[in-house]
Design a protein around this ligand. Structure first.
Ligand SMILES: Cc1cc2nc3c(=O)[nH]c(=O)nc-3n(C[C@H](O)[C@H](O)[C@H](O)COP(=O)(O)OP(=O)(O)OC[C@H]3O[C@@H](n4cnc5c(N)ncnc54)[C@H](O)[C@@H]3O)c2cc1C
Length: 368
């Protein structure tokens, strides 16, 4: 029997839509099936870093200034210690998750992706998958079904994982608490981070390793922030999420490939999850076009290296308070050093630049 030529993407979140758009741009017929319906919301810090915006540009998804709030700087705060640095080249933007989703759905529709909402995928079969109780025949199945991916389990790609889980709660406040910067507040084993959004709104996420984390309890770690939020009105329903740092041995098998959080993820504190997903989607489309999924496997490993290194560093700062305070003091006394690390984080630099910056950080830590 001749196999269908198309791609079935399981999951119409950001990664699934990016994979669908990228595959359509390569001329492949694409269907996306998601158990939910748009606009799909999810607890997220809602910060799009410069590299994320560049990847969205490659997918022809345009996010304009009126969709959110531009930010050019990142501020770290730990008690009385305070360090701030700006991006060297581009800026980022804070955008409500629902707006990003709407934009990506519109682009997918425009380029001819078939979208099936309220359509959960319940199994995969050798020639495709069962979608909303109906078998769909397809050449490729792409698992973009998030951190708890069932496609990953069904296709036996779950092996070899070491997960670091943390637990997050997100609120939106109708208040302009920041102008052009994202703030990360560091407490004992807990962070709060604030992203400015459009319409005088701010996204606030708290994250910790404690699964019983409560938002208001978390704020007690940050009295100054709590007082800034005290009179601000909530503008959405609070949502929780798990954020995982994990890598899998393989992200493809047979006619199945994984993308986005389904294929492994980095902690939310990196602000890199969306950008990484979009870059994976672009690499996957290239491989689907030529039928060489092993090239995607190699590209996936390469793309994950820098975000995972940064996730390790940031999680180390979360675990070891004395180290974090030393690092923050080093950043506070040398803004250029913080700016260089930020540039490395958003991939604006070369390996030589990163090596030189690490040496400079090492020296500062000895002398801080
Ligand atoms: C608290 C928090 C803050 C974050 N902050 C940032 C940030 O500021 N910047 C950033 O870049 N990243 C951030 N991230 C990471 C980012 O949110 C994720 O990397 C991103 O959501 C991954 O997208 P995805 O499409 O892979 O998964 P998801 O967004 O989880 O989408 C998966 C989709 O699959 C669907 N689905 C699941 N199972 C099935 C099934 N069986 N059949 C059909 N459909 C199915 C779901 O309905 C869903 O729509 C944050 C994450 C968290 C948890």
């Amino acid at each position: 029997m001749q196999r269908a030529a198309g791609v079935l993407v399981v999951g119409g979140g950001p990664a699934g839509l990016a994979a669908a758009i990228a595959a359509r741009k390569k001329g492949l017929p694409v269907t996306v099936a998601d158990g939910a319906k748009p606009p799909i919301d999810k607890a997220c810090g809602e910060g799009l870093l410069p590299g994320t915006l560049a990847a969205l540009g490659e997918l022809d998804v345009s996010i304009d200034h009126s969709d959110g709030q531009i930010f050019r700087r990142i501020r770290f705060i730990d008690g009385a210690t305070f360090a701030e640095a700006g991006f060297t080249a581009e800026s980022g933007i804070g955008v409500r998750r629902t707006i990003l989703h709407e934009k990506m759905v519109a682009r997918a529709e425009q380029c001819g992706v078939q979208l099936l909402w309220n359509s959960p995928v319940t199994s995969i079969v050798p020639d495709g998958a069962v979608v909303g109780g109906r078998a769909i025949q397809t050449r490729w199945v792409v698992g973009a079904d998030g951190v708890h991916s069932r496609v990953r389990r069904w296709s036996g790609l779950d092996a070899g994982v070491r997960r670091q889980l943390r637990f997050a709660q997100r609120r939106h406040y109708r208040a302009k608490l920041l102008s052009d910067c994202v703030e990360v507040h560091w407490g004992r084993n807990i962070q709060a981070y604030l992203t400015p959004l459009a319409k005088e709104e701010t996204c606030v996420v708290v994250i910790s390793r404690d699964p019983s984390l409560r938002f208001d309890e978390a704020l007690r770690e940050f009295p100054t922030l709590a007082s800034r939020l005290r009179n601000a009105e909530l503008s959405s329903v609070q949502q929780g999420a798990v954020t995982a740092t994990c890598k899998f041995n393989r992200v493809c098998r047979g006619n199945v490939a994984l993308v986005g959080d389904a294929s492994g993820s980095v902690d939310a504190i990196t602000g890199e999850g969306l950008g990484l997903s979009f870059r994976q989607a672009l690499a996957l489309a290239e491989a689907l076009k030529t039928g060489e999924l092993r090239k995607y496997q190699a590209a996936h490993c390469w793309l994950a290296r820098r975000p995972h290194m940064m996730a390790r560093l940031l999680l180390l700062l979360d675990r070891f308070t004395p180290l974090r305070r030393r690092v923050l003091r080093a950043f506070a006394s040398d803004e250029d050093l913080f700016a260089r690390l930020l540039a490395a984080h958003v991939n604006e630099t070369s390996p030589a630049f990163l090596a030189e910056t690490s040496a400079r950080l090492g020296w500062r830590l000895i002398t801080a």
